[in-house]
Write a protein that binds this ligand. Structure first.
Ligand SMILES: NC(=O)c1ccc[n+]([C@@H]2O[C@H](COP(=O)([O-])OP(=O)(O)OC[C@H]3O[C@@H](n4cnc5c(N)ncnc54)[C@H](OP(=O)(O)O)[C@@H]3O)[C@@H](O)[C@H]2O)c1
Length: 157
């Protein structure tokens, strides 16, 4: 199954250049909890952004796939050059962790969405691409300080 996880503010902002627009420890803790045993898929730019946060420490995932159109060798990850073929054929449980380009390409394949709704408006320049979220079924909703941890599922046709 393909799942996706992201945090967005009230304007669906998700990024400022190649970093997060906010520092919200409660959301970081949630992200870590939801991804630490996961096989994750991310874009090349998000990979570099995470490496910036973790510096020399290993990225805390079970297995890492990085999508990139051009060839690049990752010491700790497998390159995915043909993302659509990968999404159509994978039998693994995959958690998509960004960024904008990769979320947009993966959304049609994702069955479950873990969205942190940040109840505020920040400055930044990367927004989640609009899609009709109201078509998804809200499975759970947990209130926290300044944010809501929501889980949605694509309705079965
Ligand atoms: N708020 C959140 O939860 C959250 C989470 C993660 C990231 N973010 C934010 O998102 C932003 C980064 O997003 P981004 O869209 O700039 O970058 P990205 O999605 O991390 O990476 C894009 C990469 O995907 C590659 N790509 C594009 N189409 C592809 C395909 N069909 N197959 C394989 N690879 C493909 C691109 O290659 P080319 O360069 O060759 O086109 C590029 O290297 C940052 O601001 C980051 O902070 C936010």
């Amino acid at each position: 199954m393909i799942s996706m996880i992201w945090a967005m503010d009230e304007n669906w902002l998700i990024g400022k250049d190649n970093i997060l627009p906010w520092h919200l420890p409660e959301d970081l803790a949630y992200f870590k909890r939801m991804t630490k045993e996961a096989t994750v898929l991310m874009g090349d730019l998000t990979y570099d952004s995470l490496k910036g946060y973790y510096k020399t420490k290993p990225l805390p995932f079970k297995k890492i796939y990085v999508a990139n159109i051009v060839d690049r060798a990752y010491p700790d990850a497998t390159l995915v050059k043909d993302l659509i073929k990968f999404l159509e054929n994978t039998k693994e449980d995959i958690m998509v962790i960004g960024g904008r380009t990769i979320y947009k390409l993966c959304l049609p394949y994702a069955n479950r969405l873990y969205i942190t709704h940040i109840l505020n408006r920040y400055e930044g320049n990367v927004h989640f691409p609009y899609f009709p979220l109201s078509n998804y079924q809200l499975i759970s909703k947990t209130m926290a300080d300044q944010m809501i941890f929501a889980v949605y599922e694509r309705p079965k046709l």
